[in-house]
Design a protein around this ligand. Structure first.
Ligand code: ATP
Length: 203
């Protein structure tokens, strides 16, 4: 089974693209969903975080209070490292389990959607890297519109991520998202056929 990473900057269209792959029957592992799943109430990771940072990081209903946690790790490098040492292995183990299950079910390939693929140094772990690419100006407009924020805020988030050029350098396949969503879906269909052929050849 080929393991394909899908990435792109904020509001580039990753969710729209991964939904289109899912609509074609391709299994999708979503790093954001898994990051939330591993800290649900009752999980060992949430217990470990409470051990590290105390019950101040819990809401009244026992769920993780992300805002409180963010405030603790903000500007505290050691706390951030402790947080990552709990989260990263838990997320990795969950996605490896999912990957194993999809392989056992006979899928020729799977998509692993990871927004911060480059920033977390994971690009080399995959057979191919699909990058959803948009011109920065259009990206700013989509962030402002979707998140109802101003231009400096949108620009600051974009600056904190890998650059468009860095992502394009890491790409084996590029989906351009400056057209319509129909255009996007047509590119996904074409790429799906290409990857299926590669997966068959690799078998
Ligand atoms: P994030 O990383 O912030 O979660 P994302 O990369 O998953 O974002 P989407 O949620 O798919 O991006 O798209 C971002 C926004 O842009 C959404 O509001 C979506 O409806 C819109 N959008 C995506 N593609 C197009 C397109 N081709 N034309 C118009 N709007 C689009």
């Amino acid at each position: 089974m080929l393991r394909i990473a899908l990435t792109g900057g904020i509001a580039s269209g990753k969710t729209t693209v991964s939904d289109a792959f899912a609509g074609l029957g391709v299994p999708v592992i979503d790093a954001d969903i898994n990051a939330r799943a591993v800290v649900e109430p009752g999980t060992p990771a949430l217990q470990a975080l409470v051990g590290l940072f105390g019950t101040a990081i819990l809401e009244d209903n026992g769920e993780l209070d992300r805002k409180a946690l963010r405030q603790i790790v903000f500007r505290d490098e050691q706390a951030r490292k402790q947080l990552e040492a709990v989260l990263h292995p838990a997320i990795r183990s969950l996605s490896e389990q999912q990957s194993h299950d999809f392989a056992a079910a006979g899928h020729p390939y799977l998509i692993h959607a990871i927004p911060l693929l480059l920033e977390t140094g994971q690009a080399g772990d995959f057979d191919r890297v699909i990058v959803v690419d948009v011109p920065v100006e259009l990206q700013i407009e989509r962030v402002m519109q979707r998140d109802n924020c101003d231009r400096p805020h949108a620009e600051a988030i974009i600056r904190s991520q890998a650059s468009r050029e860095q992502r394009l350098q890491a790409a084996t396949d590029v989906i351009t998202n400056h057209g319509s969503t129909d255009d996007l879906r047509a590119q996904v269909m074409a790429l799906h056929s290409k990857i299926l052929a590669l997966a068959t050849a690799a078998h």
